[in-house]
Design a protein around this ligand. Structure first.
Ligand code: 5AD
Length: 350
């Protein structure tokens, strides 16, 4: 097992059989060895710096009906909201004053927020905060729309691929949604010049180790700039309400593998990880993550953006919690920085 971890650290890839061996032979000793390797690789590229992103959940309207997601259009119990342009700008102001230099505008696929409206918000943020990165996470659009976002000043785009196995994708989504289109979107985003993020849930219904291995191979080949990985957590008003939640340990294990596969990738310690596991965020950092995305949305929005049950909304998940996050990360030897935290192309840049 340790030999395979060393091989992965040296060569950045293993065969599917070798990956499967790793997943099937997890134990405490091997896992700690893997985390230590992942931590070392991350330090080589990013030192002990943890980048923070101010997450603004600007709408929970969504025209999609993903079986796992609490804001799916079929959930008639969801209390819907959307922030106005002014409210989004207010979040940015408070975020900027608190030291955030990246704003992530995340939302459902809300027909009200057309590409033109998104461009208009992005242009305003770009003008007001020329030193900040603007990340969009608003779902699938045409290539033309993505180009318009880029030209308006957006620099990064997050679109989880959800699963690299087409047959698995079809078990998580209704037939109106297409795995091929999602992959096409990711390809377009990267070609346009966005720092592009993909990602997946761990322990989503029907997922096998082979599906996760497909994700790892996809990440190796696609070389995204960011990868968001969190455990699946059921939401009570979805078709997957009674499905089992994903494992925090398996999420950490996968995160550490991703760090070895793609050493300079930006890896967030996700809210879902923090929700499912005591000290999940800190554990994520120790397993190779280097990004935290505190939620800087207004508190009413936070309570309504419920993708899954018991989503963390206080503490380190908030603007006011930045200090506590800072202390918690300091206590394990990491430091939060006021920095855009761009993807680093080359090792040893500092
Ligand atoms: N559990 C965990 N993550 C979820 N997401 C959506 N629903 C859930 C859930 N029930 C993730 C998806 C999506 C991202 C915004 O949140 O991967 O891409």
């Amino acid at each position: 097992m340790k030999r395979l971890i060393d091989k992965l650290a040296n060569e950045n890839i293993l065969s599917p059989e070798e990956f499967l061996y790793l997943f099937e032979n997890q134990n405490t000793e091997n896992t700690l060895y893997l985390f230590k390797k992942a931590d070392g690789v991350r330090k080589k590229y990013y030192g002990n710096k943890v980048y923070i992103r101010g997450l603004i959940e600007f709408t929970n309207y969504c025209k999609n009906n993903c079986y796992y997601c609490g804001i799916r259009c079929g959930n008639k119990n969801a209390s819907r909201y959307r922030l106005s342009e002014e409210e989004i700008l207010m979040c940015c102001k408070m975020g900027y004053d608190a030291g955030f230099r990246t704003f992530v505008l995340q939302g459902g696929e809300d027909p009200y927020y057309t590409a033109d409206k998104i461009c208009s918000v992005v242009e305003k943020i770009r003008k007001l905060y020329p030193d900040c990165a603007i990340t969009l996470s608003a779902g699938e659009f045409s290539r033309k729309d993505y180009e318009a976002f880029f030209n308006a000043g957006a620099t990064r785009y997050l679109l989880r691929h959800e699963t690299a196995s087409k047959n698995h994708y079809e078990k998580l989504h209704p037939k109106e949604m297409s795995w091929d289109n999602r992959m096409e979107c990711l390809k377009n985003l990267k070609e346009i010049g966005f720092q592009t993020g993909c990602g997946m849930m761990i322990g989503s219904p029907y997922q096998t180790y082979n599906d996760i291995i497909n994700d790892l191979i996809f990440i190796h080949d696609f070389k995204p700039h960011m990868v968001g990985i969190g455990p699946f957590i059921p939401h009570h008003d979805t078709p997957f309400a009674s499905m089992e939640k994903g494992s925090g340990n398996l999420t950490l294990f996968t995160v550490a593998l991703v760090r070895l596969i793609h050493p300079n990738v930006l890896l967030p310690a996700t809210t879902a990880l923090g929700t499912i596991m005591e000290n999940g965020r800190e554990m994520g950092i120790l397993a190779g993550c280097n990004v935290c995305m505190p939620n800087i949305s207004p508190s009413d929005a936070k309570t309504k953006y419920t993708l899954y049950d018991n989503k963390l909304i206080t503490g380190a998940e908030s603007l006011s919690g930045k200090e506590s996050l800072k202390e918690r990360l300091n206590s394990i030897g990491y430091e939060i920085v006021t920095d855009r935290g761009d993807f680093k192309e080359y090792p040893n840049m500092f």
